[in-house]
Ligand binder design. Structure first.
Ligand code: AMP
Ligand code: ZN
Length: 467
């Protein structure tokens, strides 16, 4: 069996993966800040983490996966300036921060399910772990890593000679970076908040707790250190997130965790997905102009097509979302399902001895740092090959879909009992729907009905049955 190679952001190299303990992998993924509807870019980290988790399972590992929910402490500026995103949303919508968090957490989980992302073993919320966060800050204080300022307690980065290694930060250069505009309360711009005191000059916060330092709320980074160590122990195998987390959030998680636990490295592999661009700009939840899974479903695109779109690029690549790209992904996925359905129905058996060659190539792709575009290319070779029978193709597709999760197996259940003409019409109607030509789509539906075929449009595609 091949070795699994994964790119470790910490070393900037692909490294051979092995679990810290036997075949058990412990992984943590930074979760969403639940102040609004996660957009398509926000979903990329979880499809990536799911690809990683499914690949590990496919390679024979067991995985314990934790995803957190950030429902307090994430400020509008990652460098401790600005306002808490939850409190800001609550004020502008005149709703309770707790209700907002609950609503968007629920929607986020539903979106993950639609994308066939396996549910983590542990979901954990920052507001459920205030005591654990306070305990960590207390230890940091006892060890001399903190100082108190007028507005809270800060981590003193000068106490950590390794600070910034993950991001290759050089503190002197960093001083000039715009992102860390000095807060008047910090001794150094790189220092970061562990506990913020509730500001007295503005409206009372909805989310605040008592602490040894006064009433306030935790800084954003400490939640991930506290919850990952609680559920996964120290050290653990893999920590994932978007590339934007490298210079601030993950850098700070490392500094505070290594200071508390005295373990270096605190995490064996750091893995980050590339950014998803939208049209000509960056997609951001706070910046508006974003597209959600609901939006594409309204356009007749299934969530699975978005998963296909993401898998067709390497997770570390920057990708650009466009209408054309998502429609192309939808069309490819339909074709692939059609091939899968045909293979399922076939009783032809040819080339059984070549099955392992194809499986080996699929494995080569995945174990090379999760090369999903290459893995998809192998899938297409399989469905188009003339040296494999339907049975061999079906067996391979079912196996590959344990990782790809594109619904290939269930596509087989929809296999049509309709003739070629009807099938052509069904496909033509799908194309019309993709073009939003509703009149043509309805016309074809009526024609099919006359032929005794009933269509049903489901979120994951069109089904048909005999009337
Ligand atoms: P947030 O809810 O803002 O905390 O973001 C949740 C996750 O989405 C983080 O891991 C971000 O790195 C990631 N993320 C946000 N926007 C994008 C994007 N446009 N492309 C890829 N990842 C993103
Ligand atoms: Zn985090």
């Amino acid at each position: 069996m091949n070795e699994l190679q994964l790119y470790n952001t910490f070393t900037r190299k692909k490294e051979r993966f092995s679990a810290l303990e036997g075949r058990q992998v412990r992984m943590y993924s930074c979760g969403p800040t639940v102040y609004g509807h996660a957009h398509l870019g926000n979903m990329r980290p979880y499809v990536f983490a799911d690809l990683l988790r499914r690949t590990l399972l496919w390679c024979g590992y067991e995985v314990k996966h934790v995803i957190n929910i950030t429902d307090v402490g994430h400020l509008t500026d990652d460098a401790d300036a600005g306002e808490d995103k939850m409190e800001l949303a609550a004020r502008s919508l005149d709703l309770s921060a707790w209700d907002i968090a609950e609503k968007w957490t629920r929607v986020f989980k539903e979106d993950l399910e639609k994308l066939c992302v396996l549910e983590p073993h542990v979901w954990c919320k920052a507001t459920d772990h205030i005591a654990e966060q306070i305990d960590m800050i207390r230890i940091l204080e006892e060890k001399g890593f903190t100082y108190r300022a007028r507005d809270g307690v800060y981590f003193d980065t000068t106490r950590d000679p390794e600070y910034g290694t993950l991001a290759r930060l050089h503190l002197d250069a960093q001083q000039t970076q715009e992102r860390i505009e000095a807060s008047s309360h910090k001794r150094s711009p790189a220092d970061f908040a562990l506990w913020k005191l509730s500001p007295r000059e503005v409206a009372k916060r909805q989310m605040e707790w008592d602490s040894p330092w006064g009433v306030g709320f935790p800084g954003w980074h400490i939640e991930c250190s506290a919850m990952s160590s609680k559920y996964l122990g120290v050290p653990f195998d893999i920590h994932t997130g978007g590339v934007d987390h490298i210079p601030v959030h993950h850098t700070n998680e490392i500094a505070q965790s290594e200071a508390v636990f005295g373990v270096r490295p605190w995490v064996r592999f750091w893995m980050h997905n590339g950014w998803m661009m939208f049209d000509s700009g960056k997609m951001s939840k706070s910046g508006g102009g974003v597209v959600t899974l609901d939006d594409i479903e309204e356009m007749g695109i299934e969530p699975g097509a978005f998963r296909y779109f993401l898998l067709s690029a390497h997770y570390r690549q920057q990708i650009t979302y466009s209408q054309d790209a998502i429609e192309g992904a939808q069309a490819s996925l339909r074709r692939l399902r059609r091939h899968a359905a045909e293979a399922r129905e076939s009783d032809e058996s040819i080339g059984a001895e070549r099955v392992e060659t194809y499986r080996g190539r699929f494995r080569d792709a995945l174990t090379d740092d999760l090369n999903s575009p290459q893995a998809l290319a192998v899938v297409w070779e399989v469905v188009r090959s003339s040296d494999l029978g339907g049975r061999e193709k079906w067996a391979l597709l079912v196996d590959f879909d344990r990782v790809l999760a594109l619904g290939l197996e269930s596509a087989g259940l929809d296999v049509p009992d309709v003739d070629e003409d009807a099938m052509r019409l069904i496909e033509e109607r799908e194309a019309a729907r993709a073009d939003r030509d509703w009149a043509r789509a309805d016309e074809i539906r009526d024609r099919l009905l006359e032929m005794g075929i009933v269509l049903e449009d489901k979120p994951d595609g069109t089904r048909w049955r005999r009337a």
